[in-house]
Design a binder for this molecule. Structure first.
Ligand code: SAM
Length: 238
Protein backbone atom coordinates (compact mmCIF):
# COMPACT_ATOMS: atom_id res chain seq x y z
CA UNK A 1 0.00 0.00 0.00
CA UNK A 2 1.34 3.46 -0.83
CA UNK A 3 1.74 6.21 1.73
CA UNK A 4 -1.42 8.05 0.63
CA UNK A 5 -3.48 4.86 0.58
CA UNK A 6 -2.42 4.11 4.17
CA UNK A 7 -3.31 7.67 5.15
CA UNK A 8 -6.72 7.37 3.50
CA UNK A 9 -7.45 4.00 5.13
CA UNK A 10 -6.43 5.22 8.60
CA UNK A 11 -8.24 8.55 8.37
CA UNK A 12 -11.37 6.83 7.04
CA UNK A 13 -11.31 4.32 9.91
CA UNK A 14 -11.05 7.20 12.40
CA UNK A 15 -14.35 8.49 11.01
CA UNK A 16 -15.91 5.02 11.11
CA UNK A 17 -15.62 4.49 7.33
CA UNK A 18 -13.97 1.49 5.71
CA UNK A 19 -12.22 1.33 2.36
CA UNK A 20 -11.47 -1.96 0.57
CA UNK A 21 -8.28 -2.86 -1.30
CA UNK A 22 -10.22 -2.97 -4.58
CA UNK A 23 -11.46 0.56 -3.95
CA UNK A 24 -7.96 1.77 -3.15
CA UNK A 25 -6.76 0.31 -6.45
CA UNK A 26 -9.54 2.14 -8.32
CA UNK A 27 -8.75 5.42 -6.55
CA UNK A 28 -5.08 4.98 -7.51
CA UNK A 29 -5.95 4.55 -11.20
CA UNK A 30 -8.26 7.54 -11.07
CA UNK A 31 -5.66 9.71 -9.32
CA UNK A 32 -3.04 8.76 -11.88
CA UNK A 33 -5.36 9.74 -14.73
CA UNK A 34 -6.37 12.95 -12.94
CA UNK A 35 -2.72 13.94 -12.46
CA UNK A 36 -1.89 13.18 -16.10
CA UNK A 37 -4.83 15.13 -17.51
CA UNK A 38 -4.43 17.95 -15.00
CA UNK A 39 -0.97 18.60 -16.40
CA UNK A 40 -2.65 19.25 -19.78
CA UNK A 41 -5.76 21.13 -18.63
CA UNK A 42 -6.88 22.60 -15.33
CA UNK A 43 -9.32 20.22 -13.66
CA UNK A 44 -8.56 20.63 -9.95
CA UNK A 45 -6.09 22.46 -7.74
CA UNK A 46 -5.54 19.35 -5.61
CA UNK A 47 -3.49 16.51 -7.10
CA UNK A 48 -0.67 15.89 -4.59
CA UNK A 49 -1.48 12.31 -3.50
CA UNK A 50 -1.68 12.79 0.30
CA UNK A 51 -3.70 15.95 -0.11
CA UNK A 52 -6.00 14.32 -2.66
CA UNK A 53 -6.43 11.31 -0.35
CA UNK A 54 -7.97 13.53 2.31
CA UNK A 55 -9.48 16.49 0.45
CA UNK A 56 -10.86 14.53 -2.50
CA UNK A 57 -11.34 10.85 -1.63
CA UNK A 58 -12.02 10.93 2.11
CA UNK A 59 -14.04 14.15 1.91
CA UNK A 60 -16.25 12.54 -0.77
CA UNK A 61 -16.82 9.44 1.36
CA UNK A 62 -17.98 11.50 4.36
CA UNK A 63 -21.38 11.68 2.63
CA UNK A 64 -21.79 8.15 4.04
CA UNK A 65 -21.88 9.62 7.54
CA UNK A 66 -25.27 11.19 6.80
CA UNK A 67 -26.75 9.10 3.99
CA UNK A 68 -27.47 5.40 3.58
CA UNK A 69 -27.96 4.20 0.00
CA UNK A 70 -30.28 1.42 -1.10
CA UNK A 71 -29.38 -0.88 -4.00
CA UNK A 72 -30.51 0.61 -7.29
CA UNK A 73 -30.69 4.17 -5.94
CA UNK A 74 -30.19 6.88 -8.55
CA UNK A 75 -28.02 9.74 -7.37
CA UNK A 76 -26.61 12.84 -9.05
CA UNK A 77 -23.56 14.94 -8.21
CA UNK A 78 -24.28 18.49 -9.38
CA UNK A 79 -21.20 20.54 -10.36
CA UNK A 80 -19.00 17.47 -9.96
CA UNK A 81 -15.89 19.10 -11.51
CA UNK A 82 -13.25 16.38 -11.72
CA UNK A 83 -15.70 13.92 -10.13
CA UNK A 84 -16.05 14.85 -6.47
CA UNK A 85 -17.85 13.59 -4.50
CA UNK A 86 -19.70 11.43 -7.05
CA UNK A 87 -16.89 9.34 -8.49
CA UNK A 88 -15.43 8.02 -5.20
CA UNK A 89 -19.00 7.38 -4.00
CA UNK A 90 -19.76 5.38 -7.15
CA UNK A 91 -16.62 3.27 -6.59
CA UNK A 92 -17.52 2.84 -2.90
CA UNK A 93 -21.12 1.86 -3.75
CA UNK A 94 -21.24 -0.23 -6.93
CA UNK A 95 -24.89 -0.99 -6.08
CA UNK A 96 -26.06 2.57 -6.88
CA UNK A 97 -26.31 4.47 -10.19
CA UNK A 98 -24.47 7.77 -10.28
CA UNK A 99 -24.81 10.72 -12.66
CA UNK A 100 -21.86 13.11 -12.66
CA UNK A 101 -23.16 16.48 -13.86
CA UNK A 102 -21.09 19.50 -14.83
CA UNK A 103 -21.65 22.48 -17.09
CA UNK A 104 -18.03 22.49 -18.31
CA UNK A 105 -17.44 20.22 -21.27
CA UNK A 106 -13.77 19.47 -20.61
CA UNK A 107 -14.69 18.14 -17.16
CA UNK A 108 -17.36 15.74 -18.41
CA UNK A 109 -15.03 14.70 -21.26
CA UNK A 110 -12.40 13.84 -18.64
CA UNK A 111 -15.00 11.93 -16.62
CA UNK A 112 -16.07 9.91 -19.69
CA UNK A 113 -12.44 8.91 -20.12
CA UNK A 114 -12.13 8.01 -16.42
CA UNK A 115 -15.30 5.92 -16.45
CA UNK A 116 -14.00 3.99 -19.45
CA UNK A 117 -10.49 3.57 -18.03
CA UNK A 118 -11.83 2.30 -14.69
CA UNK A 119 -14.50 0.13 -16.29
CA UNK A 120 -17.25 1.67 -14.16
CA UNK A 121 -20.67 0.51 -15.26
CA UNK A 122 -22.70 2.48 -12.70
CA UNK A 123 -21.56 6.00 -13.63
CA UNK A 124 -22.79 8.37 -16.33
CA UNK A 125 -21.26 11.83 -16.89
CA UNK A 126 -23.79 14.40 -18.14
CA UNK A 127 -22.71 17.74 -19.63
CA UNK A 128 -25.44 20.30 -18.86
CA UNK A 129 -26.36 23.06 -16.47
CA UNK A 130 -28.15 21.63 -13.47
CA UNK A 131 -31.07 24.01 -14.15
CA UNK A 132 -31.53 22.41 -17.57
CA UNK A 133 -31.67 18.95 -16.03
CA UNK A 134 -34.23 20.20 -13.52
CA UNK A 135 -36.55 21.04 -16.42
CA UNK A 136 -35.92 17.81 -18.33
CA UNK A 137 -38.37 14.98 -17.61
CA UNK A 138 -35.54 12.43 -17.85
CA UNK A 139 -33.98 14.00 -14.75
CA UNK A 140 -36.63 16.02 -12.89
CA UNK A 141 -37.93 14.17 -9.84
CA UNK A 142 -35.86 11.09 -10.71
CA UNK A 143 -33.16 10.96 -8.02
CA UNK A 144 -33.04 9.44 -4.55
CA UNK A 145 -30.17 11.73 -3.59
CA UNK A 146 -28.38 14.82 -4.88
CA UNK A 147 -24.88 15.84 -3.79
CA UNK A 148 -22.97 19.06 -4.38
CA UNK A 149 -19.59 20.23 -3.15
CA UNK A 150 -18.16 23.72 -3.64
CA UNK A 151 -20.62 24.83 -6.31
CA UNK A 152 -22.70 27.72 -4.94
CA UNK A 153 -24.44 29.19 -1.88
CA UNK A 154 -27.01 26.84 -0.37
CA UNK A 155 -29.98 28.89 -1.52
CA UNK A 156 -28.71 28.74 -5.12
CA UNK A 157 -27.89 25.06 -4.82
CA UNK A 158 -31.37 24.37 -3.48
CA UNK A 159 -32.86 25.55 -6.77
CA UNK A 160 -30.50 23.23 -8.68
CA UNK A 161 -31.00 20.21 -6.42
CA UNK A 162 -34.59 20.06 -5.15
CA UNK A 163 -36.26 19.78 -8.60
CA UNK A 164 -34.10 16.73 -9.35
CA UNK A 165 -35.15 14.81 -6.23
CA UNK A 166 -37.99 12.38 -5.79
CA UNK A 167 -40.22 13.24 -2.87
CA UNK A 168 -38.60 11.77 0.23
CA UNK A 169 -35.12 12.03 -1.34
CA UNK A 170 -32.22 13.89 0.24
CA UNK A 171 -29.88 16.61 -0.88
CA UNK A 172 -26.47 16.67 0.82
CA UNK A 173 -24.67 20.02 0.49
CA UNK A 174 -20.98 19.68 1.34
CA UNK A 175 -19.57 22.84 2.86
CA UNK A 176 -16.49 24.04 4.67
CA UNK A 177 -16.27 25.66 8.10
CA UNK A 178 -19.15 28.02 8.66
CA UNK A 179 -21.35 26.19 6.19
CA UNK A 180 -24.13 26.12 8.76
CA UNK A 181 -24.37 29.92 8.47
CA UNK A 182 -25.90 29.48 5.01
CA UNK A 183 -28.92 27.68 6.44
CA UNK A 184 -30.87 30.64 7.85
CA UNK A 185 -30.41 32.58 4.57
CA UNK A 186 -31.76 29.59 2.64
CA UNK A 187 -34.96 28.89 4.60
CA UNK A 188 -37.17 30.82 2.18
CA UNK A 189 -35.69 29.09 -0.89
CA UNK A 190 -36.07 25.67 0.72
CA UNK A 191 -39.66 26.38 1.65
CA UNK A 192 -40.51 27.50 -1.90
CA UNK A 193 -38.81 24.44 -3.41
CA UNK A 194 -40.32 21.80 -1.11
CA UNK A 195 -37.34 21.03 1.15
CA UNK A 196 -36.70 20.99 4.88
CA UNK A 197 -33.40 20.92 6.72
CA UNK A 198 -33.03 17.49 8.27
CA UNK A 199 -29.62 17.86 9.90
CA UNK A 200 -26.41 19.86 9.91
CA UNK A 201 -23.32 17.86 10.85
CA UNK A 202 -19.79 19.07 11.28
CA UNK A 203 -16.65 16.98 11.19
CA UNK A 204 -12.90 17.48 10.99
CA UNK A 205 -10.69 16.06 8.26
CA UNK A 206 -7.06 15.47 9.28
CA UNK A 207 -4.87 18.41 8.20
CA UNK A 208 -7.77 19.80 6.19
CA UNK A 209 -9.99 21.33 8.84
CA UNK A 210 -13.69 21.47 9.45
CA UNK A 211 -16.39 20.35 7.04
CA UNK A 212 -20.15 20.80 7.23
CA UNK A 213 -22.71 18.43 5.77
CA UNK A 214 -26.15 19.96 5.35
CA UNK A 215 -28.87 17.39 4.76
CA UNK A 216 -32.13 18.56 3.20
CA UNK A 217 -35.12 16.31 2.66
CA UNK A 218 -37.65 16.91 -0.09
CA UNK A 219 -41.05 16.69 1.59
CA UNK A 220 -43.26 18.30 -1.09
CA UNK A 221 -43.18 18.50 -4.89
CA UNK A 222 -41.20 21.40 -6.34
CA UNK A 223 -43.53 23.86 -8.13
CA UNK A 224 -43.15 23.66 -11.92
CA UNK A 225 -41.84 27.23 -12.18
CA UNK A 226 -38.57 26.04 -10.57
CA UNK A 227 -35.80 25.84 -11.51
CA UNK A 228 -35.95 29.16 -13.33
CA UNK A 229 -34.04 29.41 -16.64
CA UNK A 230 -30.27 28.96 -16.47
CA UNK A 231 -28.43 31.73 -14.65
CA UNK A 232 -31.44 33.15 -12.78
CA UNK A 233 -30.68 31.26 -9.56
CA UNK A 234 -27.23 32.81 -9.26
CA UNK A 235 -28.29 36.32 -10.39
CA UNK A 236 -31.36 36.51 -8.17
CA UNK A 237 -31.33 33.74 -5.52
CA UNK A 238 -34.71 32.83 -4.02
N1 SAM B 1 -17.61 19.46 -6.89
C1 SAM B 1 -16.24 19.55 -7.37
C2 SAM B 1 -15.27 19.56 -6.21
O1 SAM B 1 -15.68 19.87 -5.10
O2 SAM B 1 -14.08 19.27 -6.44
C3 SAM B 1 -16.05 20.78 -8.27
C4 SAM B 1 -16.23 22.10 -7.62
S1 SAM B 1 -15.92 23.44 -8.72
C5 SAM B 1 -15.43 24.70 -7.63
C6 SAM B 1 -17.58 23.90 -9.21
C7 SAM B 1 -18.06 23.14 -10.44
O3 SAM B 1 -19.45 23.40 -10.61
C8 SAM B 1 -17.38 23.56 -11.72
O4 SAM B 1 -16.84 22.42 -12.35
C9 SAM B 1 -18.49 24.19 -12.56
O5 SAM B 1 -18.34 23.95 -13.94
C10 SAM B 1 -19.73 23.51 -11.98
N2 SAM B 1 -20.98 24.27 -12.08
C11 SAM B 1 -21.20 25.56 -11.71
N3 SAM B 1 -22.48 25.92 -11.94
C12 SAM B 1 -23.10 24.81 -12.47
C13 SAM B 1 -24.42 24.54 -12.92
N4 SAM B 1 -25.36 25.49 -12.89
N5 SAM B 1 -24.70 23.31 -13.38
C14 SAM B 1 -23.74 22.34 -13.44
N6 SAM B 1 -22.46 22.55 -13.04
C15 SAM B 1 -22.15 23.76 -12.55
Amino acid sequence: MTDWQTLLTTAAAALGLSVTDAELAAYARFLELLRTRNAQMNLTAITEPREAAIKHFLDSLTVDLVWRPHPGDRVIDVGTGAGFPGLPLAIHHPEIRVVLNDSTRKKTDFLHEAVEELGLTNVKPVWARAEELGRDSAHRGRYNAVFARAVAHLRVLAEYALPLLKEGGVFVAMKGPGGALEVPDSERALHLLGGVVQSVESLVLPEAGERTLIVIRKTRPTPSRYPRPAGKATKGPL
